[in-house]
Design a protein around this ligand. Structure first.
Ligand code: ATP
Ligand code: MG
Length: 234
């Protein structure tokens, strides 16, 4: 579904990703894990077209997307849940969700996707007319994911959804991603919480200072000495 080939990217001509390559098959949950500053957010920004790569190519469903604008990439079926949620606190939950549906053309389409999103996140339906700022941090994270789902994505990019959540909630939010993937949406998540992310991922990549240093199934990576020593404190 997605092929990232030898991508370098960065800010103001200073690269922070070096020759990064990875692939995602349709239906997979893939995790990119790494420490602060490794370049995880930069990868997602590059895929969703917010940043243009300095070198390399990105293909989505057989078509190059590294040279088209971000809004066209959304239309092609890639939704990005950014780091830090960015829900609109003064707007209602429903209005936040409807913002995510701006690429859909018909009211009927919007109604049907809203129903599906409420099936996954029933709490949001109960509170649809309340302001988003009344939600807890974990609930706002759910809203951010739900809003991205409103564009009916084929590929969902999720940045650090565990940030600021207590451990119990981290598991809950990650299990929601699993449920979303079971509904046919492919998921790429980036996480500092290496263990939790690799536990739910089919496959993973370890990113260190802008380079992919290991890849494998979630299980294999969790069992690898390198990952255990560097990220799991074992
Ligand atoms: N807008 C920016 N301008 C300049 N440098 C940036 C910018 N955003 C990120 N960087 C730098 O790029 C590198 C990679 O940052 P990135 O945000 O991709 O890391 P990350 O893996 O997402 O980290 P974290 O786990 O803290 O979210 C870091 O050295 C960071 O300082
Ligand atoms: Mg980040």
């Amino acid at each position: 579904m997605l092929k990232v080939k030898n991508v370098s990217a960065g800010y103001e001509h200073i690269p922070v990703l070096f020759d990064v390559s990875f692939e995602i098959q349709g239906g997979e949950v893939v995790a990119i894990v790494g420490s602060n500053g490794a370049g995880k957010t930069t990868i997602l920004r590059t895929i969703s077209g917010i940043l243009k790569p300095m070198a390399g190519e990105i293909e989505f469903l057989g078509e190059r997307i590294d040279n088209i604008p971000a809004h066209k990439i959304v239309e092609k079926g890639i939704a990005h849940v950014p780091e830090g949620r960015h829900v609109f606190g003064k707007m209602t939950i429903l209005d936040n969700l409807l913002l995510g549906a701006y690429t859909l053309k018909s009211q009927e389409d919007i109604r049907s996707v809203l129903k599906e999103v409420y099936d996954i996140f029933p709490k949001l339906k109960d509170r649809e007319n309340q302001k988003a700022e009344t939600l807890s941090g974990g609930e706002q994270q759910m809203l951010a994911i739900a809003r991205a789902m409103m564009s009916k994505p084929k590929l969902l990019l999720v940045d650090e959804m565990s940030l600021g959540l207590m451990p119990l909630l981290v598991d809950k939010v990650l299990s929601i991603l699993k449920a979303i993937s079971e509904r046919g949406v492919t998921v790429l998540l980036v996480e500092q919480k290496v263990q939790e992310a690799l536990e739910i991922a089919d496959r993973g990549y370890v990113l260190q200072t802008g380079r992919v240093i290991a890849e494998g199934t979630g299980k294999a990576l969790l069992a690898s000495e390198r990952v255990k020593r560097a990220y799991l404190g074992m």
